[in-house]
Design a protein around this ligand. Structure first.
Ligand code: M6R
Length: 610
């Protein structure tokens, strides 16, 4: 997830671009850059870009100013290629400058074609490909920048918002959208494009939100919107009444709610380029694990990432039949763990900076184990320490409570389990094909749940005054019960316990009375009947049951006070769906209580202390 902005008008572009990028820095912050052109002088555009936070770019611009009244700017959150000056946007090919938010899925094939055609690449990014495609389209006879962009769009697959500028046609900016956000801002004798309305709110409140498959040619005096085939599209501009702070949250009340709603998109991004439906296999970005050398897998992680790892234990054992354990990173090295070269340690961390997890990795490496890191942040300390780094591509998570980081971790772990299972031979081609099909279908099913927030909000209001909650689940739903309890505790400050449903009778059953809401994860599966029995035990003691069940389960309503349904999916993927109502329930309970949801007391987003 990157931030993009473009300006065309009569004022100096650079201060406007930097002002916009400041508002976008939350979207990405590992490098930034601008390309600015002065149409009056007809000179080539000047690209200034560098690794690091926006402040580095601002400092560089004081030494190397970029003057001109047309420009594009970008703040990067790396997906392809490490954060570096060369990989920073804008990317240039001849007269063409490009900025991009998203992922070009077929970038490897296109790169090979362009190299054969003589293109010289100066970065590792997928984005630079688009600059070369547009340049080549112009060389091949496209009459103008808009046509060249249109012809290039026909070649790329994936999610993108591009803004393109040409030294030879400095009076236009051309932008296009597919699955990544893009908004056009309308001014008086000047116009804007941006990934986010926040970036241009200080300049204009009159905007057009671009829709999927649309492109726009922007001049000082107007905008022309078409689809990718060139058919005209018309749309009335909207006046934005949100405050700047509301706009940063995309109109949602909190970052956490925005991030809950971003999950279908985030999960789709985690899957991009990693599923091979022809081979019934997955690609771990070129990582090939030699399963003949792996005798045991040990997941290490903290907090929410630990819960994802617990699900991982189920997935890896079921699919790859390799003995698997899970350890809390904060405990791991204090018990002098027995480790050696036959062990693959999988370190899971959203931030990639959790000190406990880093220390656990150091211990594992000292003892000769191989380390595979799953991180959301590219080039963070944890992936850099590991032998293999695999990224979740969820985009920056601002709310302290992990939501999209968690579901994308589950996807990354599922891909790892399929990779291992195909190589040990314990996951058949047929089952792999079914699972891959289910993975592809998952974002729409997730959308279905996150959009049913009104029912969960009503439930949250009914039970939001409770003094405590119990969460129960069996099998891979047990980690989701733990995650539900953690989520509720951290943002609503209500005490909550997560338990394996079968353990309830060994203690927590004493807590149950008519005041205790008990959330029971009971999707269809091998543990269904047993979990229904636990649920009946709760009801027999007047506990209030909130069941999370599979759509079409007509039995469960008779045993529960509330039922929240999820769509059906493969057993292995159910945790990715059942956790969504947990997140929404916690969010709405906390909202009902009026707590500081995005920055709950005593917590930090990145825990870099032991
Ligand atoms: O960045 P990490 O995934 O390594 O962080 C681990 C925990 O600190 C984190 O998951 C924490 O539990 C979250 N606040 C949970 O929402």
């Amino acid at each position: 997830m990157c931030g993009i902005i473009g300006y065309i008008g009569s004022r100096q572009a650079t201060p406007i671009l930097i002002g916009g990028l400041r508002k976008l820095e939350y979207r990405g912050y590992d490098s930034a850059g601008v390309s600015v052109i002065d149409p009056a002088s007809g000179g080539p555009s000047r690209v200034i870009r560098c690794r690091g936070k926006l402040a580095n770019l601002e400092e560089k611009l004081t030494r190397e100013p970029a003057a001109g009244t047309v420009g594009i700017g970008h703040t990067r959150w790396a997906t392809h290629g490490r954060p570096s000056d060369e990989n920073s946007h804008p990317h240039k090919a001849g007269p063409i400058s490009v900025i991009h938010n998203g992922i070009i899925e077929n970038h490897l094939a296109l790169r090979a074609e362009l190299v054969t055609a003589g293109a010289k690449f100066s970065s590792e990014t997928d984005t630079e490909i688009f600059a070369h495609l547009v340049e080549h389209a112009l060389i091949a006879g496209a009459p103008d920048l808009t046509t060249a962009v249109r012809r290039s769009l026909a070649k790329v697959h994936g999610s993108f918002a591009f803004v393109v500028m040409s030294d030879k046609e400095p009076g236009v900016l051309v932008a296009a959208k597919n699955s990544s956000p893009l908004v056009v801002g309308l001014g008086d004798g000047e116009n804007y494009v941006a990934s986010d309305v926040t970036a241009i709110l200080a300049e204009t409140r009159k905007v057009i939100f671009m829709e999927e498959g649309e492109m726009v040619t922007v001049t000082r005096d107007g905008v022309t919107i078409t689809d990718f085939e060139g058919n005209a599209r018309t749309r009335e501009p909207k006046m934005i009444t949100w405050s700047a702070v509301q706009a940063e949250k995309g109109g949602y009340k909190h970052y956490m709610l925005k991030e809950i709603h971003e999950q279908p998109r985030a999960v789709a991004d985690t899957l991009v380029g990693r599923i091979n439906l022809e081979a019934d296999d997955v690609s771990l970005d070129g990582i090939e694990l030699d399963v003949s050398k792996i005798k045991r897998i040990i997941f290490i992680a903290c907090g929410t990432s630990y819960h994802a790892s617990m699900v991982g234990e189920h997935l890896v054992e079921a699919m790859a039949r390799i003995p698997t354990e899970v350890d809390l990173a904060s405990e791991f090295r204090y018990r002098d763990p027995i480790l050696g070269p036959g062990d693959l340690v999988v370190a899971v961390s959203q931030s990639g900076e959790t000190l406990d997890t880093m220390e656990a990795i150091r211990e594992a490496k000292r003892k000769g184990a191989q380390v595979f890191a799953i991180s959301n942040v590219i080039e963070a300390s944890i992936p850099r320490l590991a032998d293999y780094a695999f990224y979740t591509h969820a985009g920056p998570e601002i709310g302290v409570a992990s939501t999209k980081a968690f579901t994308t971790q589950l996807i990354a772990i599922t891909l790892l389990a399929i990779h291992l299972g195909r190589r040990t031979g314990t996951l058949s081609k047929e089952r792999a094909r079914e699972l891959l099909g289910e993975l592809v279908a998952l974002p729409n099913k997730m959308r279905d749940i996150v959009e049913s927030g009104a029912q969960i909000q009503a439930i949250a209001r009914r039970y939001g005054n409770a003094n405590g909650f119990l969460f129960l689940g069996r099998g891979s739903q047990y980690p989701i019960a733990l995650e539900g309890a953690l989520k509720l505790k951290e943002i609503s400050y209500i005490h909550a316990e997560g338990y394996a449903a079968g353990e309830m009778k060994h203690g927590p059953i004493a807590l149950i009375d008519e005041h205790l809401p008990v959330v029971v994860l009971v999707p269809r599966g091998p543990s269904y009947e047993k979990t229904v029995s636990n649920l009946a035990e709760v009801r027999a003691r007047q506990g209030k049951v909130i069941a999370i069940a599979t759509r079409g389960d007509n039995e469960i309503g008779g045993h529960s006070d509330e039922v929240i349904v999820i769509p059906d999916t493969a057993l292995e993927l159910q945790p990715i769906l059942t956790v969504l109502p947990m997140q929404l329930l916690s969010y709405y309970v906390a909202d009902f209580k009026g707590t500081d949801i995005d920055q709950p007391r005593n917590l930090a987003k990145s825990v870099s202390v032991e």
